[in-house]
Design a binder for this molecule. Structure first.
Ligand SMILES: *C/C=C(C)/C=C/C=C(C)/C=C/C1=C(C)CCCC1(C)C
Length: 257
């Protein structure tokens, strides 16, 4: 009789990359449950925003499930899965912006401009990372093109249309919320291009010297994803909650006055 030992998935204790793929998966899944259940506690006009938050972390959770498997079995970087995830979730993150300022008069054209910028950022980033010949010239070229998309979103959030619409809205929580999301884009999203520049063949690794070990980029991206996707959702949740409370207040206030 032959004994068949099934190969179980192992998470080596000294492998922080595998660990963050696993915890990232759990965190995204838990966040989705949270956002979707909490939908029922906010005013109707905020329900779409919470649904989108739940979709962002939900889509990420599914990708993390596969990325974790891919990484643990092959010990390679799941570049394609990573970019498929981002191509779905980053446009949804700009949808969150649009939904926040829609009441202040945002037009659909703003949404399309932001989505286009997100695609430019990700498609060029993917070419720079996946089809790399390891040369610095290659990664700088595609990274710079990608950065154009990033800068547009950054500009819209801090000074452009999104910021102007938020300022024009008469809601303090929308103003604060848009500012908080703008910080996420400035600081949280900056982790990605910094990681990209530090990869082998990148700007920060001159003469082919790698300042990142092979899978450090995965580690950085995993941490950034959790901060950005769950953080974004929580900011939107905070706005939705405080706006929903304000909606109820006038009735109580009237009886007090
Ligand atoms: C949930 C996933 C998010 C928020 C992913 C964001 C990704 C970026 C901001 C990536 C940006 C890049 C550049 C600005 C230049 C180099 C290539 C990228 C794609 C890493």
């Amino acid at each position: 009789m032959q004994t068949i030992i099934l190969d179980v998935m192992r998470i080596p204790v000294d492998d922080p990359v595998a660990f963050t793929f696993f915890t990232g998966y759990m965190a995204m899944a838990a966040a989705s449950v949270f956002f979707l259940f909490e939908r029922s506690t906010v005013a109707d006009k905020w329900k779409t925003s919470l649904l989108v938050s739940g979709l962002i972390t939900g889509i990420a959770a599914v990708h993390y499930y596969y990325m974790r498997d891919y990484y643990v079995t092959t010990h390679e970087t799941p570049i394609a899965l990573r970019y498929i995830d981002w191509t779905l979730t980053v446009p949804l993150m700009v949808v969150e912006f649009y939904l926040l300022v829609r009441a202040a008069g945002a037009k659909a054209s703003l949404l399309w401009k932001l989505i286009l910028a997100a695609f430019i950022m990700l498609v060029f980033g993917y070419i720079g990372e996946a089809f790399t010949d390891g040369s610095m010239r290659h990664s700088v070229l595609w990274g710079s093109l990608s950065t154009l998309g990033y800068v547009y979103i950054l500009y819209a959030a801090w000074m452009g249309e999104v910021a102007q619409l938020a300022a024009a809205s008469n809601s303090v929580s929308v103003q604060k919320g848009v500012r908080a999301l703008a910080w996420f884009i400035l600081v949280g999203w900056a982790i990605y291009p910094i990681g990209y520049m530090a990869m082998p063949g990148g700007w920060l690794g001159p003469d082919g010297a790698n300042i990142l070990r092979p899978h450090d980029l995965d580690l950085l991206y995993n941490i950034a994803d959790a901060i950005n996707k769950i953080g974004f959702g929580l900011v939107v949740y905070g706005i939705a909650r405080s706006e929903s409370v304000v909606k109820v207040a006038p009735a109580n206030a009237a009886s007090v006055v």
